[in-house]
Design a protein around this ligand. Structure first.
Ligand code: HEC
Length: 171
């Protein structure tokens, strides 16, 4: 637990420093829930990269979460992810205020379906280059990663169930 926190702190410092130095240009503001052009470009880049790295794995379904996974996932989330993603998963954790690239809102149904489940598991393992989202495979074991993904996925329908538009997201 102590060492997890230490690793987390180090990862945050490293990523915050590297993002502030690499991204001196126009920031990717998340705005008020709408995805501005620059942010969509970034997400499309990440999407292409995920598809390249995962190949046919990308679209493979991930089985429904077990109760045990949700319990473990919630614990992992509270330890490792809340600082940025926030207790409710809305991306409003205490560390998020200082980030140039804002964490995803896991309760936003539309956004949270942008990447496939396998894509998101890959993100949790490897991180997203050039953003504060670091990879967790050195910190969490496979079971913890699968579980925290399952937990994060379970947050998807916790807000605005009825508001599922198809406006500008390619699925
Ligand atoms: C240091 C802050 C930070 C921590 C800690 C962190 N994240 Fe993130 N995460 C981010 C940011 C910022 C993004 C958005 C990156 C971008 O702009 O592409 C992100 C994106 C993601 C995404 C992609 C979501 C999407 O649909 O856009 C997933 C999944 C994710 N994080 C899961 C996790 C999990 C699970 C943990 C804990 C094990 C975690 N994150 C810890 C900052 C963080």
């Amino acid at each position: 637990m102590k060492s997890t926190l230490l690793t987390l702190a180090t990862a945050m410092i490293v990523t915050v420093v590297s993002t502030t130095t690499t991204f001196a240009g126009p920031g990717h503001e998340h705005g008020d829930g709408k995805h501005a052009g620059g942010h969509m470009d970034h997400m499309n880049d990440v999407l292409q990269k995920l598809k390249t790295e995962l190949g046919s794995e990308y679209g493979k379904p991930v089985p429904a979460a077990s109760k045990e996974q949700l319990v473990l996932g919630k614990k992992v989330f509270a330890q490792s992810c809340v600082a940025c993603h926030g207790a409710s998963g809305k991306g409003d954790g205490p560390a998020a205020a200082g980030l140039k690239k804002k964490p995803a809102d896991f309760t936003d149904t539309e956004h949270s379906k942008f990447y496939s489940d396998q894509g998101r598991i890959h993100i949790i393992k490897k991180g997203i280059a050039g953003t504060p989202m670091s990879g967790w495979e050195a910190v969490l074991n496979e079971q913890e990663i699968q579980s925290v993904h399952a937990y994060v996925r379970s947050l998807r329908n916790s807000a605005n169930k009825e508001k599922h538009g198809h406006s500008n997201h390619a699925h």
